[in-house]
Structure formats: C-alpha cells, structure tokens
Write a protein that binds this ligand. Structure first.
Ligand SMILES: NC(=O)c1ccc[n+]([C@@H]2O[C@H](COP(=O)([O-])OP(=O)(O)OC[C@H]3O[C@@H](n4cnc5c(N)ncnc54)[C@H](OP(=O)(O)O)[C@@H]3O)[C@@H](O)[C@H]2O)c1
Length: 228
C-alpha cells in the first residue's frame, strides 16, 4: 500500500510510521517540518520503504506535489495527523494563534487532499485525526477554544468530503482522540497523566485506516477512555 502520514516526526505520527513500516511492501511517506534522523529512517524502513519529506504544512504549494509524486503514482491511505495546539485563554489568543492553528489543523488538510485527489486509488481511505474537544457535546476545557474549534471544523470537513468523493470511491472518516501521552499533551497540560501512550493509539489508528472504510464513510468517531 502507498501511505501518506502527516506529522510523523514525533508522537502518534511517528509510531504510526513505525507500525506501517513493520509490515512488508508498504511505501510510507511521512511529512513534517523536522528532518527525520537517518538512523530512524533505517529503523523505519526495515520491511517497507519510508520516505521522509521535510515540509511546513502551513504553506502548501506545488512543490509538495512534485516531492510526493516523484516517489509514488497513487495513494491508498492518507492520515492527516499533523496538528497544532496552542493553550491560551480566549482573551489572550491572537490572530497569529488563530491562523497557525487553523492553517495546520484545517487548511493544510483541505489543500493536501485537493492536491492528491486525482491520485487516490479505488476504495482508498482518508483518516483525519481530530480531537474530543472538537466533538459536539463533549466536555470542553479552558484554553482550547480555537484548537477545539479547528478540530470541529475538521470533523465537518470530513463529513462534507465523504459526500463529495462518493462517486470516486474515496472514503473519509475522522477520529476524535482523547488524551494521549505525547509532547503536545505534556506541553499543554503539564502533570496530566494520560491513560494511553502513542504506541497504543497508533495501533488503533493503523487498524482503523486499513479496515474501517469497508464499513463506514463520513463518520466522526470518538476514541477516548478519558473524556465523557
Ligand atoms: N496527544 C493528545 O492527547 C491528542 C488528543 C487529541 C488529538 N490529538 C491529535 O493527534 C495528532 C497528533 O498529535 P500528537 O499528540 O502526536 O502531537 P505532537 O507530538 O505534538 O506531534 C505533532 C506532529 O505534527 C507535526 N506538525 C505540526 N505542525 C506542523 C507543520 N506546520 N507542518 C508539518 N508538520 C507539522 C509535528 O512535526 P514538526 O514539529 O516536526 O513539524 C509533529 O510530527 C494531532 O492532530 C493532535 O491534534 C492528540
């Protein structure tokens, strides 16, 4: 399978890349700003091919298209995992925070999918990684108004794209994650103890990405044992 994962320099995305590379015959492209260490690439590329692309998803232009399609012709699975969380009270949040979070969490997903659209294989799967904060009716937390709103926008974008891509047989689903013990969570909520680690969450997401599009499309799934 040809798999593209965004945000795989650390956290959940890195574990996802490792898991997909454990299988044989996958071609995995990982996109994040941080250049991934050569030693890590070796570790990742044991049974499959792993190609890292260093790229800032806040500014997607045609050169990303060239970098991707130099490597592959079609896309079977796209996991939009890259995310940005800025924890500030509503009064403190500014225009830059708004633009940065909406650019990474929503606009980059829109731009990347629009770019890849003619190249998705038949019955391919797009998985958007959202948050419980963006799930209607969930518990809300102070400091996360723009982050949660951006993830809510991602969820509705998921539903709309699923409808638009039906004839192309591209399935789009969204996973609204609860707390996972990563740098993002540790920086935003120092001292908070998450019940899941990134390996456990990546294992769930990988299986979901490989199988669930045979059973669902346009769905927003809460994946949480911590949030009501
Ligand atoms: N951890 C949680 O508790 C939790 C809960 C709910 C939802 N989520 C969601 O799960 C996803 C993964 O989160 P995580 O906890 O693994 O976070 P993380 O450890 O902070 O990793 C975030 C990843 O996104 C990449 N990224 C951020 N901005 C980028 C940009 N402008 N261009 C390219 N890549 C960018 C980062 O790479 P670079 O910095 O190298 O660019 C990094 O690889 C996110 O969408 C997050 O919102 C996490």
């Amino acid at each position: 399978m040809n798999i593209i994962i965004t945000g795989c320099s650390k956290g959940i995305g890195l574990e996802l890349a490792k898991l997909f590379c454990k299988d044989t015959d996958n071609f995995v492209i990982g996109i994040s700003r941080t250049k991934i260490e050569k030693s890590l690439i070796k570790e990742l590329g044991n049974n499959s091919v792993f190609v890292p692309i260093s790229y800032d998803l806040q500014n997607i232009t045609k050169d990303l298209y060239d970098k991707i399609f130099m490597e592959i012709k079609t896309v079977d699975v796209l996991i939009n995992n890259a995310g940005l969380l800025i924890n500030k009270s509503f009064e403190e949040l500014n225009d830059t925070d708004f633009d940065d979070m909406f650019n990474v969490n929503v606009k980059s997903v829109f731009k990347l999918i629009q770019m890849l659209l003619p190249h998705f294989s038949n019955n391919s799967h797009i998985v958007n990684i959202s948050s419980m904060g963006g799930f209607q009716g969930s518990a809300k937390f102070k400091g996360l108004s723009l982050y949660s709103s951006s993830k809510a926008a991602l969820n509705i974008l998921t539903e709309c794209m699923a409808e638009e891509f039906k004839e192309m047989n591209i399935k789009v689903n969204s996973l609204s994650l609860g707390a996972v013990d990563t740098e993002m969570l540790r920086l935003a909520f120092p001292g908070y103890k998450a019940q899941l680690n990134p390996i456990e969450m990546a294992d769930y997401i990988k299986k979901f990405a490989e199988n669930s599009h045979h059973y669902m499309n346009g769905k927003i799934i809460p994946v949480s044992i911590s949030t009501p």
